[in-house]
Design a protein around this ligand. Structure first.
Ligand SMILES: Cc1cc2nc3c(=O)[nH]c(=O)nc-3n(C[C@H](O)[C@H](O)[C@H](O)COP(=O)(O)O)c2cc1C
Length: 205
Protein backbone atom coordinates (compact mmCIF):
# COMPACT_ATOMS: atom_id res chain seq x y z
CA UNK A 1 0.00 0.00 0.00
CA UNK A 2 1.28 3.45 -0.91
CA UNK A 3 -0.69 6.45 0.39
CA UNK A 4 -0.47 9.98 -1.05
CA UNK A 5 -1.55 12.33 1.72
CA UNK A 6 -2.28 15.25 -0.60
CA UNK A 7 -5.18 13.26 -2.10
CA UNK A 8 -6.88 12.70 1.28
CA UNK A 9 -9.31 14.93 3.21
CA UNK A 10 -7.81 16.33 6.44
CA UNK A 11 -9.53 13.87 8.86
CA UNK A 12 -8.12 10.97 6.80
CA UNK A 13 -4.66 12.55 6.89
CA UNK A 14 -4.97 12.70 10.69
CA UNK A 15 -5.97 9.02 10.89
CA UNK A 16 -3.17 8.00 8.51
CA UNK A 17 -0.53 9.98 10.39
CA UNK A 18 -1.58 8.74 13.83
CA UNK A 19 -1.63 5.12 12.58
CA UNK A 20 1.88 5.40 11.14
CA UNK A 21 3.98 7.65 13.42
CA UNK A 22 4.34 4.93 16.02
CA UNK A 23 4.53 4.90 18.98
CA UNK A 24 4.18 8.47 20.20
CA UNK A 25 5.14 9.70 23.65
CA UNK A 26 2.36 11.46 25.53
CA UNK A 27 2.66 14.84 27.27
CA UNK A 28 0.25 14.78 30.23
CA UNK A 29 0.08 18.51 30.58
CA UNK A 30 -0.84 20.37 33.76
CA UNK A 31 -1.56 24.09 33.45
CA UNK A 32 -3.16 26.66 35.73
CA UNK A 33 -6.70 27.94 35.15
CA UNK A 34 -7.75 31.58 35.72
CA UNK A 35 -9.24 30.66 39.10
CA UNK A 36 -6.00 28.95 40.25
CA UNK A 37 -7.44 25.44 39.81
CA UNK A 38 -5.52 23.09 37.49
CA UNK A 39 -6.22 21.85 33.99
CA UNK A 40 -4.91 18.49 32.82
CA UNK A 41 -4.92 17.03 29.29
CA UNK A 42 -2.91 14.51 27.20
CA UNK A 43 -1.16 15.44 23.92
CA UNK A 44 0.68 12.96 21.70
CA UNK A 45 1.88 15.37 19.03
CA UNK A 46 4.84 15.77 21.38
CA UNK A 47 8.58 15.26 21.33
CA UNK A 48 12.02 16.62 22.28
CA UNK A 49 13.55 18.93 19.68
CA UNK A 50 16.56 20.76 21.18
CA UNK A 51 19.02 20.43 24.07
CA UNK A 52 20.38 24.00 24.18
CA UNK A 53 18.00 25.36 25.26
CA UNK A 54 16.19 22.17 26.38
CA UNK A 55 13.03 22.27 24.27
CA UNK A 56 10.11 19.94 23.66
CA UNK A 57 7.22 20.70 21.31
CA UNK A 58 3.53 20.04 21.81
CA UNK A 59 1.07 20.67 18.99
CA UNK A 60 -2.32 21.75 20.30
CA UNK A 61 -5.32 21.94 17.97
CA UNK A 62 -8.60 23.83 18.41
CA UNK A 63 -11.82 22.62 19.98
CA UNK A 64 -14.46 21.47 17.47
CA UNK A 65 -16.17 24.87 17.78
CA UNK A 66 -12.91 26.64 16.82
CA UNK A 67 -12.07 27.90 20.33
CA UNK A 68 -8.61 27.43 21.82
CA UNK A 69 -8.19 24.40 24.08
CA UNK A 70 -7.88 25.31 27.76
CA UNK A 71 -4.24 24.13 27.98
CA UNK A 72 -2.91 26.55 25.38
CA UNK A 73 -5.12 29.38 26.61
CA UNK A 74 -3.71 28.92 30.10
CA UNK A 75 -0.13 28.77 28.82
CA UNK A 76 -0.55 31.97 26.81
CA UNK A 77 -1.66 33.67 30.02
CA UNK A 78 0.68 31.99 32.52
CA UNK A 79 4.00 30.80 31.20
CA UNK A 80 4.67 27.92 33.64
CA UNK A 81 3.29 24.40 33.15
CA UNK A 82 4.25 20.78 33.80
CA UNK A 83 4.51 17.86 31.36
CA UNK A 84 4.20 14.43 32.98
CA UNK A 85 5.18 11.06 31.54
CA UNK A 86 2.34 8.71 32.46
CA UNK A 87 2.85 5.06 33.35
CA UNK A 88 0.81 2.27 31.77
CA UNK A 89 -1.31 1.85 34.89
CA UNK A 90 -2.47 5.48 34.51
CA UNK A 91 -4.18 4.91 31.14
CA UNK A 92 -7.74 5.24 32.48
CA UNK A 93 -7.02 8.52 34.30
CA UNK A 94 -5.06 9.90 31.34
CA UNK A 95 -7.84 9.05 28.90
CA UNK A 96 -10.47 10.53 31.21
CA UNK A 97 -8.49 13.79 31.37
CA UNK A 98 -8.98 14.25 27.61
CA UNK A 99 -12.72 14.84 28.12
CA UNK A 100 -13.82 18.37 27.25
CA UNK A 101 -14.88 20.06 30.46
CA UNK A 102 -16.22 23.62 30.58
CA UNK A 103 -13.38 26.20 30.88
CA UNK A 104 -12.24 26.55 34.48
CA UNK A 105 -13.52 23.09 35.49
CA UNK A 106 -10.56 21.08 36.67
CA UNK A 107 -9.79 17.60 35.30
CA UNK A 108 -7.56 17.14 38.36
CA UNK A 109 -10.48 17.64 40.75
CA UNK A 110 -12.80 15.55 38.53
CA UNK A 111 -10.44 12.54 38.60
CA UNK A 112 -9.33 12.85 42.23
CA UNK A 113 -5.70 13.01 41.17
CA UNK A 114 -3.34 14.24 43.84
CA UNK A 115 -0.89 17.08 43.43
CA UNK A 116 2.44 17.58 45.18
CA UNK A 117 3.84 21.05 45.77
CA UNK A 118 7.48 21.61 44.86
CA UNK A 119 9.61 24.03 46.86
CA UNK A 120 10.58 27.10 44.86
CA UNK A 121 8.23 26.35 41.95
CA UNK A 122 4.83 27.87 41.22
CA UNK A 123 3.38 24.72 39.64
CA UNK A 124 2.75 21.46 41.52
CA UNK A 125 3.17 18.04 39.90
CA UNK A 126 0.89 15.01 39.73
CA UNK A 127 1.90 12.99 42.79
CA UNK A 128 1.71 9.59 41.10
CA UNK A 129 3.79 10.32 37.99
CA UNK A 130 7.39 9.14 38.07
CA UNK A 131 8.64 11.83 35.68
CA UNK A 132 7.57 15.48 35.61
CA UNK A 133 9.12 18.14 33.39
CA UNK A 134 8.72 21.65 34.80
CA UNK A 135 8.47 23.91 31.77
CA UNK A 136 8.16 27.52 30.75
CA UNK A 137 6.64 28.79 27.53
CA UNK A 138 9.52 29.50 25.13
CA UNK A 139 7.43 30.29 22.07
CA UNK A 140 4.10 29.52 20.43
CA UNK A 141 3.93 29.40 16.63
CA UNK A 142 0.74 29.00 14.64
CA UNK A 143 0.86 26.20 12.05
CA UNK A 144 -1.65 24.63 9.67
CA UNK A 145 -3.88 25.84 6.87
CA UNK A 146 -7.66 26.10 7.45
CA UNK A 147 -7.75 24.98 11.06
CA UNK A 148 -4.62 26.32 12.74
CA UNK A 149 -2.81 24.57 15.58
CA UNK A 150 -0.60 26.11 18.25
CA UNK A 151 2.89 24.68 18.21
CA UNK A 152 4.10 25.15 21.74
CA UNK A 153 7.84 25.22 22.38
CA UNK A 154 8.27 24.15 26.01
CA UNK A 155 11.53 25.04 27.69
CA UNK A 156 12.28 22.38 30.30
CA UNK A 157 13.70 24.09 33.37
CA UNK A 158 13.68 21.32 35.96
CA UNK A 159 12.90 17.59 35.99
CA UNK A 160 11.42 15.53 38.80
CA UNK A 161 12.37 11.86 38.77
CA UNK A 162 10.97 9.47 41.33
CA UNK A 163 13.84 7.91 43.31
CA UNK A 164 12.41 4.43 42.66
CA UNK A 165 13.31 4.66 38.96
CA UNK A 166 16.48 6.74 38.79
CA UNK A 167 20.04 6.64 40.04
CA UNK A 168 23.40 8.30 39.44
CA UNK A 169 25.88 5.61 38.35
CA UNK A 170 29.46 5.29 39.64
CA UNK A 171 30.53 7.16 36.51
CA UNK A 172 28.32 10.05 37.61
CA UNK A 173 25.74 9.58 34.85
CA UNK A 174 22.01 9.62 35.28
CA UNK A 175 20.38 6.23 34.67
CA UNK A 176 16.61 5.97 34.45
CA UNK A 177 15.21 2.46 34.87
CA UNK A 178 12.52 2.59 32.22
CA UNK A 179 11.08 -0.75 33.30
CA UNK A 180 10.18 0.94 36.60
CA UNK A 181 8.60 3.91 34.81
CA UNK A 182 6.57 1.73 32.38
CA UNK A 183 5.90 4.73 30.09
CA UNK A 184 2.58 4.68 28.26
CA UNK A 185 2.60 5.57 24.57
CA UNK A 186 -0.04 6.30 21.95
CA UNK A 187 -0.83 4.40 18.77
CA UNK A 188 -3.63 5.14 16.28
CA UNK A 189 -7.33 5.56 17.10
CA UNK A 190 -8.02 4.43 20.69
CA UNK A 191 -4.95 2.21 20.92
CA UNK A 192 -2.06 2.62 23.33
CA UNK A 193 1.17 0.68 23.74
CA UNK A 194 2.49 -0.69 26.99
CA UNK A 195 6.17 -0.82 27.72
CA UNK A 196 8.08 -3.67 26.04
CA UNK A 197 11.49 -5.27 26.28
CA UNK A 198 14.54 -2.96 26.51
CA UNK A 199 16.85 -3.51 23.52
CA UNK A 200 20.48 -2.47 23.54
CA UNK A 201 22.82 -1.36 20.76
CA UNK A 202 26.08 0.57 21.09
CA UNK A 203 26.56 3.46 18.65
CA UNK A 204 29.06 2.61 15.90
CA UNK A 205 32.45 4.41 16.28
C1 LIG B 1 -3.74 10.13 24.23
C2 LIG B 1 -4.30 11.39 23.66
C3 LIG B 1 -3.48 12.22 22.91
C4 LIG B 1 -3.96 13.43 22.41
N1 LIG B 1 -3.13 14.21 21.67
C5 LIG B 1 -3.54 15.43 21.26
C6 LIG B 1 -2.63 16.30 20.57
O1 LIG B 1 -1.47 15.98 20.32
N2 LIG B 1 -3.10 17.54 20.20
C7 LIG B 1 -4.37 17.95 20.50
O2 LIG B 1 -4.73 19.08 20.17
N3 LIG B 1 -5.24 17.14 21.16
C8 LIG B 1 -4.85 15.91 21.56
N4 LIG B 1 -5.71 15.10 22.27
C9 LIG B 1 -7.04 15.63 22.63
C10 LIG B 1 -6.95 16.53 23.89
O3 LIG B 1 -6.44 15.82 25.00
C11 LIG B 1 -8.36 17.04 24.23
O4 LIG B 1 -8.80 17.91 23.20
C12 LIG B 1 -8.47 17.75 25.55
O5 LIG B 1 -9.85 17.95 25.87
C13 LIG B 1 -7.81 19.10 25.58
O6 LIG B 1 -7.98 19.60 26.88
P1 LIG B 1 -7.98 21.12 27.27
O7 LIG B 1 -9.10 21.83 26.53
O8 LIG B 1 -8.21 21.05 28.75
O9 LIG B 1 -6.63 21.67 26.90
C14 LIG B 1 -5.29 13.85 22.69
C15 LIG B 1 -6.13 13.00 23.43
C16 LIG B 1 -5.64 11.78 23.90
C17 LIG B 1 -6.55 10.88 24.69
Amino acid sequence: MQIKLEQLPTPQVYFTMTQTLLPRPIAWLLSENDDASYNLAPFSYFNAVCSDPPLAIVSIGKQDDGRDKDSIRNIRERHEFVIHIASCDQLAALNQSSATLPPGESEVDASNLELTRVKGLRMPRLSDCKIALFCERHDIQMIGRKKQQSLLFAEIKEIYLDDSCAEITEQGRLKVHTDKVQPLSRLGASEYASFGEVLFAKRPD
